[in-house]
Design a protein around this ligand. Structure first.
Ligand code: 1BN
Ligand code: ZN
Length: 355
């Protein structure tokens, strides 16, 4: 070693160690990606939805907003499919509904669904005035849609690194059920749309070649002091992974160590019944954690862009961490073996020279 080197053995050893650690660290532990989610884009997507008016089935605003969502998701995905159906309860009129599905990486077999409902509630049963009038639904409906569209943008930039197909699914007819003596639309249940979608799901994928990995629902993710619950119908592994991802990014108050546990009726239930691991990323709206739920104050003023960022970045980071095309196992083996050799050789040489 002494003959080979113009620099001292100690410096040589330190240089080799630094090189090895410097190479290994990014390859094996640190994130190899950036987080590109932009909360201003998401905030503007809520504003656009509110500009259409109330997104209640049977209205022109509802149809126009569906067209806009289809156009937006079409920019970032490989294929857009529309699920047209009607909901007709008892003797009530029939309402035309649409789920909008944007597919990214259609050549991959494993499918992750990111979902949000896009309809807004037709009544404000929790308000003190005009209870029979519709609500803006900036948070309840608008926020999930907005975050999904922005996630479609950032994940489309990363699509070649992903080992999965992603479905961005905008679900209609979620929010017209019964609460405090009022229906949104007469005799409707909650989550009508997701049940119809799952009934018809065979029309949207090839069950002989494709399979579902998981379903992640975003609902009411834009209020201030965001604090997600541990939704009791959600899969524990999925919950732990996503909460850990949020905590890793420094968002421990939104993803607390000991979250409130409660069971929520929402669009994830139909997908769970189909057999998928699901999670509902939602707040405790039942106990008034976000006081504007189902009121006329569910408007843009009460949206906090920071909450959109927390949600968007966490889901982006989760997707990039868990679904990046991996190094083949042998590559890790070579890196680790190479590192050991590079560390051991100089150390052995160093000690032999000293003796
Ligand atoms: C959940 C999110 N729901 C609507 N948006 C369903 C629901 C609302 C269930 C109020 C119970 C009460
Ligand atoms: Zn709601």
């Amino acid at each position: 070693m002494g003959k080979l080197s113009l620099i001292s053995n100690e410096i040589y050893t330190i240089l080799i160690l630094a090189l090895v650690l410097g190479l290994d660290f990014p390859l094996t532990s640190a994130n190899l990606f950036t987080l590109d989610f932009n909360e201003t884009n998401a905030y503007n997507h809520i504003s656009t939805q509110l500009d259409f008016g109330f997104r209640v089935p049977g209205t022109a605003s509802h149809n126009n907003c569906a067209d806009w969502i289809g156009g937006q998701i079409g920019i970032y995905t490989d294929e857009v499919m529309i699920h047209d159906y009607s909901i007709q309860i008892g003797e009530q009129p029939s309402y035309f509904c649409q789920d909008i599905l944007g597919k990214l990486n259609t050549e991959k077999n494993k499918i992750v669904i990111l979902g949000a409902h896009w309809d807004s509630r037709n009544v404000a049963e929790k308000d003190t005035y005009n209870q029979s009038q519709p609500i803006p639904g900036a948070n309840d409906g608008g926020s999930g849609v907005a975050v999904l569209i922005e996630l479609a943008r950032v994940l489309s930039l990363y699509k070649d690194n992903l080992d999965c197909q992603i479905w961005f699914l905008f679900i209609d007819a979620e929010d017209q059920g019964y609460s405090r003596g009022m229906y949104g639309l007469e005799y409707w249940d909650w989550s009508e749309g997701s049940r119809v979608f799952v009934d018809d799901i065979d029309e949207f994928y090839d069950s002989s070649a494709e399979n579902f990995d998981s379903f992640i629902l975003l609902d009411m993710v834009g209020g201030s002091n965001l604090q997600f619950i541990r939704e009791a119908n959600s899969d524990s592994n999925l919950h732990n992974r996503i909460f850990r991802e949020g905590q890793k990014l420094g968002y421990s108050s939104a993803f607390p160590e000991n979250p409130t546990v409660m069971s929520i009726i929402d669009d994830h239930i139909a997908f769970k019944d189909f057999g998928m691991p699901v999670i509902d990323l939602i707040i405790d709206f039942v106990n008034g954690e976000w006081e504007y739920h189902h009121t006329h104050s569910d408007n843009l003023e009460n949206i906090d862009p920071e909450s959109l960022k927390i949600t968007g970045q966490t889901v982006e980071s989760y997707m990039k961490n868990f679904y990046t095309v991996g190094f083949p196992v042998w590559a890790y083996f070579v890196i680790i073996l190479g590192s050991i050799i590079l560390v051991i050789i100089p150390i052995v040489l160093l000690f032999r020279k000293r003796r």
